[in-house]
Design a protein around this ligand. Structure first.
Ligand SMILES: [Zn+2]
Length: 254
């Protein structure tokens, strides 16, 4: 609930043009978020007409649908702060209907079963495994988002085997005493989390303004010290977009 994380929220919601749109917005965040938005709405005379619904999160499952699972857990900070793990579910490979027809499998509900990977027995006695007719399973991608926090085991658990870990790096290693005092991370702590979690990519964010160009320590120093521990590290910046690459599942020939 610190200002650096929520001061932009009212502006963003106002920009969403909720009055003209039929879409509702669900917000997930720590307790207190609903009160904060209610107060902002009241004193700025901004009416969201119940289009914004706030859901307070607690450690565990935040959301699940057919495509995604979102989990959260408590990080280690001076105020309640949560880290998130977003997992895209694996998708079965594309069903090759042409190949099925070529094999003389009559179209019908049987195709649905093969598509789901089931093994079916045909009227002529042949047993067909669905996997024979499906492309490779598309492995779902995973990302974790951890800020604000000092180095903690929870962050490692949330980031286990993720494709991308977005982790705060408020301070340089040299300023670790300030990190311990304020319960924020150094860039080296973020790198240690990425390494311990076996993440594939680390994106650092949430930097102290003290590392501005011209100062004795700069963001390039934070990047260099993180890369010494975890080479696949990059710095975030405003409007950065990063496409999480899809990785092929390791298929075992049986
Ligand atoms: Zn913050």
């Amino acid at each position: 609930m610190h200002g650096d994380h929520i001061f932009g929220l009212m502006g963003l919601l106002a920009s969403c043009g909720l009055s003209g749109s039929a879409q509702n917005i669900d917000l997930y965040g720590p307790g207190g978020l609903a009160d904060y938005l209610r107060a902002c709405s009241k004193y700025s005379y901004t009416n969201f007409e119940n289009r914004v619904r706030v859901r307070a999160v607690a450690p565990g499952l935040v959301w699940e649908d057919s495509e995604f699972v979102v989990m959260c857990d408590r990080l280690k900070h001076r105020v309640p702060a949560y880290g998130y793990r977003i997992v895209e579910k694996d998708r079965p490979g594309r069903f090759d209907a042409e190949k099925a027809r070529a094999m003389g499998i009559p179209p019908g509900p049987i195709y649905g079963r093969l598509k789901r990977g089931e093994t079916v027995e045909l009227p002529d006695g042949r047993r067909i495994r669905g996997a024979q007719l499906c492309g490779e399973t598309e492995t779902g991608r995973k990302i974790a988002y951890c800020t604000d926090t000092i180095f903690c085991e929870t962050a490692i658990t949330l980031a286990e085997n993720v494709d991308v870990l977005i982790h705060e790096a408020t301070f340089a290693h040299q300023d670790a005493d300030m990190a311990f005092e304020r319960l924020h991370s150094t860039s080296t702590m973020a790198a240690q989390v990425a390494l311990a979690a076996n993440a594939k990519q680390l994106i650092l964010t949430h930097f102290s303004p003290r590392y501005a160009p011209g100062n004795s320590l700069q963001l390039s120093d934070l990047l260099a010290e993180a890369r010494a521990i975890f080479p696949n590290t990059m710095l975030s910046q405003d409007f950065l977009t990063y496409e999480v690459p899809r990785r092929r599942a390791v298929s075992l020939a049986v």
